[in-house]
Every structure is written in C-alpha cells, then in structure tokens.
Design a binder for this molecule. Structure first.
Ligand code: ATP
Length: 232
C-alpha cells in the first residue's frame, strides 16, 4: 500500500476560531475512509483545505506526494457540501460539460448509474427533488476515474430506503486502488462500506482505526463507538 493523502501539523484558524488544530494523518490507497465527528468539528474544513478552497494557517498537505494544486486536481474528485452546478442545466448537458472539462470523466459510467437510479438525463436539475439532485452530483463525481474522492455529506437528503442502493451502485463503479474519503453524520448507513475511520472532535483527531479493529477488538459498531465517544 502507498499513501495517497497525508497532512502534518495542519492548522486552520478563522480569526480567533480554530477549525483544525495540528492535525497529522496518513491515508493509504485502496480504502473507503469515514471522516466522522460532531457539527463544527472540522470535517469540511479539512476537505476544503485538501481541495484548495481554503489555505492552511500552518502545516502541510500532500496528495500523492504533491501539495494541492493543478496536478492534484487531476487525480482528485470532490463532492462539496453545497452544490456548484447551474440548476437550469439538463443532466445530459452537465455530463457533456464534465466530459470536456475532465480527461478522466467517463460519460458511459454516468449514464449507466443514472439508469440504475431511474434518473432521466433529460431532466433539468431545478426540477428535481433535493435527494435526486444529490444523487446526480454524486454520480458525476464518481464517474471520474480519480485516485482520491472526497465526498462531503453525500447522502444527507436521500431517503433511508435508497441510501444502501446508492452507496452500492456508486461504489461498485469505483476502482479498488482508489481511495474514498466520506464525511457524514449517517454513520449507521455508511459504516458497512467503510474500511477505516477518523474521528474529529473540536478541531482535533481523537481516534483513527480500521473498522475491523473497532468491531473485533472493541466488539462495537462504529455507530455505537461514535455515540460513546461523542456523548453530550
Ligand atoms: N468561513 C468560516 N469562517 C469562520 N468560521 C468558520 C468558517 N468555516 C468554518 N468555520 C468554523 O470552523 C469550525 C469547523 O467547521 P467545519 O465546517 O469544518 O465543521 P464540520 O465538522 O464540517 O461541521 P458540520 O458537521 O456541521 O458540517 C466551526 O466552528 C465553524 O463554525
């Protein structure tokens, strides 16, 4: 295994507020990683720093051995917490746009996943429900053959019955050497697909573990451990 993402001494302050404090992490290739923590713990800040939407106050990030920049954007596919797509566009037009923009975007994958989730490529985003829009955005992000995927709260608006199916459909399409980092509050829904978890609390990493270790050594589900660690 080789490292796809690492950060050392990573700190982000907004004025007097510290959103991330001296975070050291190393994430290997070929894993699905849950970035978990209560509201305001720093999950989105970490993901935004990795995608250059923010710059660190101090510390360093390396993606595939390189600092975030043009080269890392080629290998990273990012689903932000808020939509950035023009919602008057039809899904088909967005797929054309992504095909032009990203060398590693595979339109056939996008059309296949849309079909499996019963979404018409002819529909405009603005006519879709919140959950369907989320599905479309996730499909677009996962249709790139990236080395690292960042999914910031990917299925919050999707109904519980559809979540498993979406996670399976989307993950069945991704290359097993790639790494997926998912931030989510829906731990019981996503934990079945996770290999590794990072717990953040109040801007710091409080636990990193393989999911197998949590289940075997601690005899707990990730959801139960999360509830214990973050009990109010
Ligand atoms: N642009 C900003 N200006 C000021 N403070 C910010 C900004 N962005 C984030 N913060 C603060 O940094 C901290 C971490 O925020 P972040 O959005 O990373 O948390 P999160 O773990 O993603 O939370 P949630 O689960 O609610 O999405 C919070 O206290 C938040 O208020």
């Amino acid at each position: 295994m080789s490292t796809i993402f690492e950060c050392s001494g990573l700190t982000k302050k907004f004025g007097s507020k510290t959103a991330l404090s001296d975070v050291d992490l190393k994430i290997e290739r070929g894993q699905i990683v849950g970035l978990l923590g209560p509201n305001g713990s720093g999950k989105s800040t970490l993901i935004k720093l990795a995608n250059e939407l923010l710059t660190p106050t101090s510390g360093q990030i390396l993606i595939g051995g390189k600092q975030p920049g043009i080269e890392t954007k080629k290998i990273v596919s990012y689903l932000p917490e808020r939509t950035y797509l023009n919602d008057w566009m039809r899904v088909q037009q967005i797929i054309e746009f992504f095909s032009d923009f990203y060398d590693n975007f595979k339109p056939e994958k996008a059309y296949d996943m849309l079909k499996r989730l019963n979404i018409s490529p002819n529909d405009r985003l603005k006519t879709m429900s919140k959950g369907t829009k989320e599905k479309v955005q996730l499909i677009l992000v996962m249709s790139r053959e990236a080395e690292l995927y960042f999914l910031d709260e990917p299925i919050g608006g999707v109904d519980p019955a559809a979540r498993d199916y979406i996670l399976e459909t989307i993950l069945s399409n991704y290359n097993e050497n790639a790494t997926v980092i998912i931030s989510s509050h829906l731990i019981s829904d996503i934990e079945k697909i996770l290999d590794y978890v990072i717990f953040l609390n109040q801007s710091k990493v409080v636990l990193t573990s393989t999911v197998d270790d949590i289940r075997d050594a601690k005899g707990k589900s990730v959801d139960l451990l999360f509830r214990e660690v973050f009990k109010c």
